[in-house]
Design a protein around this ligand. Structure first.
Ligand code: DSN
Length: 478
């Protein structure tokens, strides 16, 4: 491919968009400029390849394809069938799964498909069976009430939010918390690690229908063999949401007891985090759940997004290349280098380090809330997000933590030496920021004091660090 093919493609696309609504073209260009300039440490973000991005911008977007291959509610889906089958084949091969369903639009959607499949598989419920047999639009109000009564008492056991679990694992602000009666397992207060004996004890007491493992802010590996044994001991279906670490599973960094696919009944993921694909989700399972999972649309999901399934096929094909394993290993090496750099400078880290792609800094060690730290870092060209820490005294809004991750910077080519410089920049900002004072004279959880000259200096240093690692080097927008 000529070196300028990517520039030509994106420039032409912007020219066409500019002809209709120039402000959209400008915003797309500005987004690339911002992403090029900033040190992106959001653990759940990455940079998809140009091929993945380009696979999304086309007429596949115009096609309805409710149902799935061989069972569509619309005619003319032959080309959608092709990309859906390709994405599913790549997903099965990449993860060693028997079945892959690639339609979910996001991680939440993938989890909803999985919950529905588990309920349909496990619960003896006449209204549920009626719902399964009919199109969702044909269900009467009475059907829905009956369904609610039948499903109302099912139980889910998942990791608590402040230990790093995810909202969709049965918490109130998400529909999963209304579908299930939920209880959480946390982490050991002394080590910050999952206490498997405690999980087993809670499972014995609570007798969940579903045991969920997976996290969005836990910096360690989880032993899925042990979790499956716990699930089996209480007759629970074992589900793993690997959205954050799917790239580490794909790249064979997480193997054996730490690879969820051989151990779980059902696995869900997003495709855009460490897996480096388009925004979206997918579900992996064995033959027992495959038929229910394939009913995801229209039972749970709106019409599939064929353009995104095309991009999933491209990204999953990329993840099957040998260099993706090098990438995945480097993501973890970089996270460990970042953690060591922070620890050496005196930062306090939840669990004292990391085994995966993310690091959770307890910023109360700097006298700050997560919100103050997040904003001070942003002022300094470092993009992170605040996050609760276990037993967080500042709650889920202000928080006491900053979550950072290395998938994006590793895609840009930064290595362990640059992670040490990154640790220095983060530590400089946090150690020189102090809590501000609120209108009533008390210490604020949101206001902070940071010398703007220092923030400018760190921003420049962050930009300099990135100059050797251009983002989308073959894309010049002119
Ligand atoms: N929003 C994702 C994250 O940042 O971890 C999870 O949903």
């Amino acid at each position: 491919m000529p070196r300028n093919a990517e520039s030509t493609a994106f420039r032409s696309a912007l020219e066409v968009i500019r002809g209709v609504e120039p402000r959209v073209a400008d915003a797309i260009g500005a987004e690339l400029a911002d992403q090029r300039e900033s040190l992106k440490l959001i653990a759940s973000e990455n940079y998809a390849s140009p091929a993945t991005l380009l696979a999304m911008g086309n007429w596949f977007s115009d096609k309805y394809a409710e149902g799935t291959i061989g069972r569509r509610f619309y005619a003319g889906c032959q080309n959608v069938d092709t990309v859906e089958a390709l994405a599913a084949e790549h997903a099965r091969e990449l993860f060693g799964a028997t079945h892959a369903y690639v339609q979910p639009h996001s991680g939440i959607d993938a989890n909803l498909v999985a919950f529905w499949a588990i309920l349909a598989d496990r619960v003896e419920a006449p209204a549920l069976k009626r719902a399964q047999a009919r199109h969702v639009n044909d269900l009467t109000e009475a059907d829905w009430f009956a369904l609610r009564r039948e499903l109302g008492d099912q139980r889910m056991l998942g990791m608590s939010l402040d230990a790093g679990g995810h909202l969709t694992h049965g918490f109130r602000p998400n529909i999963s918390g209304k579908m299930f009666d939920q209880r959480s397992y946390g982490t050991d207060p002394a080590t910050g690690l999952v206490d498997y004996d405690k999980v087993a004890e809670t499972a014995r007491e609570f007798r969940p229908l579903v045991l969920v493992a997976g996290y969005s802010a836990y910096p360690r590996k989880v032993n899925f063999r042990i979790m499956r044994e716990i699930a089996d001991s209480v007759g629970a279906t074992f589900m793993v949401d690997m959205a954050h670490f799917a790239g580490l599973v794909a790249g064979r960094v997480f193997t054996g007891d730490f690879d969820p696919v051989p151990h779980a009944h059902i696995v869900t993921t997003t495709t855009h985090k460490s897996l480096r694909g388009p925004r979206g989700g997918l579900v992996l399972c064995g033959p027992e759940l495959a038929d229910q999972v394939d009913r995801g649309c229209p039972m749970v999901l709106g019409g599939p997004l064929p353009h995104v399934m095309a991009a999933k096929a491209v990204a999953l094909a990329e993840a099957r290349q040998p260099d993706f394993a090098d990438y995945a290993r480097q993501v973890v090496d970089n996270a460990q280098a970042l953690a060591e750099g922070l620890l050496r400078r005196g930062a306090r880290l939840v669990t004292g380090g990391t085994d995966n792609h993310l690091v959770l800094i307890d910023v109360t060690g700097y006298g700050l809330t997560g919100r103050q730290a997040e904003q001070a870092l942003l002022d300094s060209g470092i993009v992170t997000n605040r996050n609760a820490v276990p037993q967080d005294p500042n709650g889920a809004w202000y928080t006491s933590g900053i979550r950072i991750g290395t998938p994006a910077l590793t895609t840009r080519g930064l290595g362990t030496a640059e992670m040490d410089t990154t640790a220095e920049l983060i530590h400089t900002v946090l150690s020189q920021t102090s809590a501000g004072v609120g209108p009533d004279g008390t210490t604020s959880k949101a206001k902070y004091v940071l010398d703007p000259a220092l923030a400018d200096k760190v921003s420049r240093q962050a930009s300099e660090l990135l100059t050797g690692f251009p983002l989308y080097p073959d894309v010049e927008l002119g």
